[in-house]
Design a protein around this ligand. Structure first.
Ligand code: SF4
Length: 210
């Protein structure tokens, strides 16, 4: 990454972008809602089942002016943006959110919470990862807690973060896609016994959309 780009990235004026697309939210509370997705490059969390490994190395993705991202969002005609990754909070998202809010566009983020929160968000979906747990501050401001379930111990992890989020936070358990057949029955039974949780399925994968 060029030195000038590093400087502009630290100011939030440029961001490493893996892909942008206009689609439907496939996961969690807003499943089915139309939104423009911005997938940022960079993640050092290393989940073994990650389906976005192509995003991990920020060096291989183009560094793009934040203003040009906002222009494309506006051109798409959307009223909502989902910023995802990778781990999007590795970057300064203040300028991106400010520009989107100036255009009356709602801002949603999908994050592990492992990095300091930047940006102004209408919806924070916190998906804590055991490899690099969230920093404490983000738990209380999360609107949604979405825990990926790949084995039985993940239910304990989910409950640990259930205790840390605010009372109104929406609670979701999401079966890990590659282990879906082996884990789905356990997730269903768990939710029947603990109905404060809802299931999150990756609906976009069933629809074969990004
Ligand atoms: Fe993949 Fe997300 Fe885990 Fe990073 S935090 S390794 S992008 S699943």
């Amino acid at each position: 990454m060029a030195e000038k780009d590093t400087e502009l990235i630290s100011e939030g004026l440029k961001l490493p972008v893996v892909e942008e697309f206009f689609s439907l939210q496939g996961e969690g509370f807003h499943t089915g809602k139309a939104a423009y997705f911005i997938r940022l490059g960079g993640c050092d969390i290393g989940c073994s089942w990650c389906d976005s490994r192509f995003s991990w190395n920020p060096e291989i993705h183009p560094v793009v002016e934040t203003k040009s991202i906002i222009d494309r969002v506006v051109e798409s005609g959307t009223d909502s943006v989902v910023v995802t990754g990778g781990e999007p909070l590795m970057w300064n998202l203040d300028d991106l959110c400010k520009g989107l809010k100036n255009k009356n566009i709602s801002t949603f983020i999908e994050t592990s919470g492992a990095y300091q929160l930047t940006g102004i968000w209408d919806w924070i979906c916190l998906s804590p990862k055991q490899n690099m747990p969230p920093i404490a501050d983000i738990c209380k401001v999360a609107d949604e807690l979405k825990v990926i379930i790949s084995n039985k111990s993940d239910f304990d992890w989910a409950e640990k973060y259930h205790k840390r989020v605010s009372e109104g936070c929406k609670l979701f358990l999401q079966p890990e896609w590659s282990l879906f057949e082996t884990i789905i029955a356990e997730v269903v039974e768990y939710i029947k016994k603990n109905p404060v949780w809802r299931i999150s399925l990756q609906a976009h994968k069933y629809m074969h959309i990004p």
